[in-house]
Design a protein around this ligand. Structure first.
Ligand code: ADP
Length: 543
């Protein structure tokens, strides 16, 4: 017997329709490339999205066509999130920090028909445009008055606001199968070419429900959310969709990602929740600490994308009263997999013990199932000390890459994440490494993330990466690559002594090298492959 409820496909357009009807006055504030602060509401944004959807149709964009963006977080980008996907086309968010060759590869691989870009990226677009065979229209995300003279270098250039202004907003979002593709993101591709991950309307709406829950990102209409995580990095972890679902105020930082600009927006817009990678928060904390500032409204921040050093979680909590929600996910997972929120029994813990829980990547949100397996593929039970390969499955986890690149990625219906982790008896998962970063010493694994976290807790350390260095007896031993805080004094022996009593003795790094900077990738993560290359001939003092 079938149930007798309405059949309504889960479509992304339903999110903006809901926000317009039920939270129409709620504000969306953006720092613009044009230099000012722009204010709009869900009502206006919904109307402009419909106009843009009509403009795209007039340009010949149809179901399944790819529309690419090269843009910061801002209201026009958000309009495209709805205009493109809502029309049944596919929003392809490009990461402007990629090398131009990689960018050209991705645009061609995706067959993007239209490319919309913020003025910041005009020189980049001008440089690669001749190589982008599939792109029929380039759209500058600005108005005519702000268009610089050198925009003439770009063929078939259209102006975003003119496209919007040329249409009226009488438009009904089309209704189609919820499994229709909605957006496309490419993995960062540290080895080999990047691969495309194609989300659907259904996967996106389900991910939005799950992401907003109290034990996930805990979002409500009372929040003012500032996603520092870019809208080109796995859809800003879902926040532009969550905003519509719950009716939260959204605050977009545009190109202003330095500590000072972010802090100004946090304070002037009453931001309650933010989200970003650890490297961004380092800049913000340095600014706040350096100027003796406080956060007057910010209560929570989501930190993920790479392991959040426990020292950062404590600084946010103890000094600023900001609760860190440590989260883990991947492009292949839309991206949310786990969030570290407390269970009832944690209320009885001391503050130190609570911080220990918070340093883990957290427990699976409903919709994501996860397990760790040993090298033979056998599941390691929750609560075991042993770590293994982390596998996941669920309705917002990919089943194959775009255009079947790389063949079938699944093993027995599970997606192997490439992360090494352990899961405790309460279901809290902790990443110890990427499988390719694991240090194998005398046949045993050493977790590089644990070693980095300890170094990061030293007051003189700004950033630390731990990589495997060759060792004649043990095969590999840990080498720490460290950036000191400006003006700080620290010797190698002092840092090695700092590990005493904090980990098993044989895990202690064999050597420390101090560098001026650690290379960061396009999404702000340390590029350990580059460091391994740089130090491949490093001679350890113990060798
Ligand atoms: P994103 O950076 O949005 O999570 P990517 O696909 O670029 O997505 O990278 C995913 C990888 O980033 C994960 O497989 C994992 O190695 C790492 N990662 C993400 N979040 C965390 C975290 N909280 N702790 C440790 N590693 C993380």
């Amino acid at each position: 017997m079938n149930g007798q409820m309405m059949q309504q496909p889960l479509l992304i357009s339903s999110l903006i329709v809901h926000a317009e009807r039920h939270h129409g006055d709620r504000e969306i504030v953006s720092r613009r490339v044009e230099g000012d602060i722009h204010r709009t509401t869900y009502r206006e944004l919904a109307a402009r999205s419909r106009r843009m959807a009509k403009a795209l149709a007039a340009l010949g964009v149809g179901m399944g066509d790819r529309v690419a963006t090269l843009a910061w977080n801002g209201y026009r980008h958000m309009e495209l999130y709805y205009a493109v996907s809502g029309s049944g086309a596919v929003l392809h968010t490009l990461n402007p920090r990629l090398h131009p060759d990689q960018l050209a590869y991705i645009v061609n691989h995706a067959d993007d028909a239209v490319l919309c870009f913020d003025l910041t990226f005009l020189p980049l677009v001008a440089a690669v445009a001749p190589r982008l065979a599939s792109v029929r229209h380039f759209v500058a995300m600005t108005d005519r008055a702000h268009l610089p003279a050198d925009a003439a270098k770009i063929p078939n250039l259209l102006v975003y606001d003119e496209l919007v202004d040329a249409q009226d907003d009488r438009f009904d979002w089309p209704v189609f199968d919820e499994n229709t593709a909605s957006s496309l993101c490419y993995t960062s591709g540290t080895t080999g070419n990047p691969k495309g991950v194609l989300y659907s309307h259904r996967s996106t709406v389900l991910h939005t429900y799950a992401g907003a829950l109290p034990d996930a990102l805990n979002c409500s209409s009372a929040d003012a959310i500032l996603p520092v995580v870019p809208m080109f990095h796995v859809n800003a972890w879902g926040l532009p969709y969550i905003g519509c679902m719950v009716g939260a105020k959204l605050v977009f930082p545009g190109p202003g990602l330095d500590g000072k600009s972010l802090y100004e927006l946090f304070e002037s817009e009453g931001v309650t929740l933010s989200a970003g990678v650890p490297t961004v928060w380092q800049g913000l904390l340095a600014h706040v600490e350096g100027h003796g500032l406080k956060f007057s409204t910010m209560k929570r921040t989501v930190i993920g994308g790479s392991a959040c050093p426990p020292a950062m979680i404590r600084t946010f909590g103890d000094k600023y009263g900001v609760h860190v929600l440590h989260a883990w996910g991947m492009t292949e997972m839309s991206p949310l997999g786990t969030v570290c929120s407390f269970k009832a029994q944690h209320a009885a813990l001391s503050q130190d013990e609570r911080y220990e829980v918070m340093s883990k990547q957290g427990r699976a949100i409903y919709g994501v199932d996860m397990k760790v397996v040993d090298p033979q593929g056998r599941e390691i039970p929750f609560g075991s000390e042993a770590s293994g390969d982390l596998h996941v499955r669920g309705p917002w986890i990919l089943s194959r890459y775009f255009k079947d690149e790389g063949g079938d990625p699944l093993e027995d219906g599970w997606f192997p994440t490439g992360d090494v982790a352990r899961i405790d008896a309460d279901g809290y998962m902790q990443i110890t490494d990427r499988s390719k970063d694991v240090i194998k010493s005398g046949g045993e694994w050493i977790g590089s993330i644990d070693l980095e976290n300890i170094a990061m807790a030293h007051p003189a350390v700004a950033m630390a990466a731990c990589i495997a260095a060759k060792h004649p007896k043990w095969d590999e031993r840990p080498l720490l690559v460290v950036v000191k805080k400006p003006g700080a004094e620290l010797t190698k022996d002092e840092l090695i002594a700092f590990y005493e009593g904090k980990i098993a003795k044989w895990w202690t790094p064999d050597d420390v090298v101090f560098v001026d900077a650690i290379p960061l990738g396009a999404t702000g993560k340390m590029q350990k492959n580059k460091l391994r290359e740089l130090f491949k001939d490093h001679r350890l003092p113990t060798a």
